[in-house]
Design a protein around this ligand. Structure first.
Ligand code: ZN
Length: 144
């Protein structure tokens, strides 16, 4: 990764942290899942509204570090309008990226690859995605 890309990715993450998208208490969500990362003190509630098989709205609330909140902000924007199947596929790609695998992610989500350089932050980046996956697929093991 070049220095310029690294700076861009940091700016994207800071932008989402300072101005989180979809950070609000959900109104009549289909499902709400709280995940916590005690190592960092992150606590996020992820709420999803489902219309059939489509995510009509996604939001989050709670507190967390810059990485956790930025990742949640990006997640809620990325999955709105997606099918459950596509959203779960995206979760797997994000988790692979944060783990350091070379996976192409669309748009600003690519910034999450910067987190792979800081393994201690991976749990922060995964938090909202893990909560989403649990909400969409209750059979899935809950903690990643
Ligand atoms: Zn954190």
């Amino acid at each position: 990764m070049t220095g310029a890309v690294d700076v861009l990715y940091r700016e994207i993450i800071l932008d989402h942290y300072r101005m989180p998208r979809n950070k609000r208490r959900a109104v009549e969500p289909s499902v709400v899942v709280r995940h916590e990362n005690p190592l960092c003190g992150d606590e996020l509630d992820v709420a999803v509204c489902l219309e059939g098989d489509v995510i009509s709205d996604a939001s989050f609330d709670g507190r967390g570090c810059a990485i956790a909140q930025a990742s949640a902000s990006m997640m809620t924007g990325a999955v709105r309008g997606a099918t459950v199947h596509d959203a779960l596929a995206l979760v797997r790609r994000v988790e692979a990226t944060v783990s350091g695998e070379d996976v192409d992610l669309p748009g600003e989500l690519a910034a999450l690859s910067a987190v792979a350089m800081f393994p201690v932050r991976a749990a922060c980046a995964r938090l909202a995605w893990g909560a989403l996956a649990e909400g969409l697929n209750p059979m899935r093991p809950t903690r990643s």
